[in-house]
Design a protein around this ligand. Structure first.
Ligand code: FES
Ligand code: FES
Length: 153
């Protein structure tokens, strides 16, 4: 089946199988490795990407469902250097192993687009689908709050 999608601003036409997931296609066909293979059943959020600006778990999306849409991964928001949010994650030592990082960056980016001045509770809710086994979440949440318009709670 023909799939026409835009990935990080670049148009792609790919021949995909009906059962191929968007995660498979991004990693194995396009070479976009930031979406990580975790649980592959929608639980961990490590495969999170944005479709038309909305976060989705790419392991649960069939590639053909993304036909005609625009996909953004962490590579796509970092062409011109790190975003302010990514810089704040660095400054807050938010991550350790980094496996969860791309998904959390994208979920938090979506949150800040929709709600530029989130509360701690808003951030917790927005990141509830992104599991991190290393950090206890506090330095992640602190960085997202710092990136908000208020710069704090
Ligand atoms: S790999 Fe997709 S949610 Fe875990
Ligand atoms: S930093 Fe290791 S899983 Fe989040």
């Amino acid at each position: 089946m023909d799939l026409k999608i835009k990935i990080n601003g670049e148009d792609w036409t790919l021949d995909v199988a009906p059962a191929d997931t968007l995660l498979d296609v991004l990693r194995e066909r396009v070479g976009t490795k930031s979406p990580k293979i975790g649980c592959e059943r929608g639980d961990c959020g490590s495969c999170t990407v944005l479709i038309d600006g909305r976060s989705v778990r790419s392991c649960l999306v069939l590639a053909v469902e993304a036909d005609g849409h625009e996909i953004t991964t962490v590579e796509g928001i970092s062409y011109d250097g790190l975003s302010e949010l990514q810089t704040l994650f660095l400054e807050n030592n938010s991550f350790q192993c980094g496996f969860c990082t791309p998904g959390i960056v994208l979920s938090a980016t979506e949150l800040l687009e929709q709600n530029p001045n989130p509360t701690r509770h808003d951030v917790q809710e927005a990141l509830a689908g992104n599991l991190c086994r290393c950090t206890g979440y506090e330095p992640i949440i602190d960085a997202v709050l710092a990136a908000g318009d208020g710069g704090s709670e």
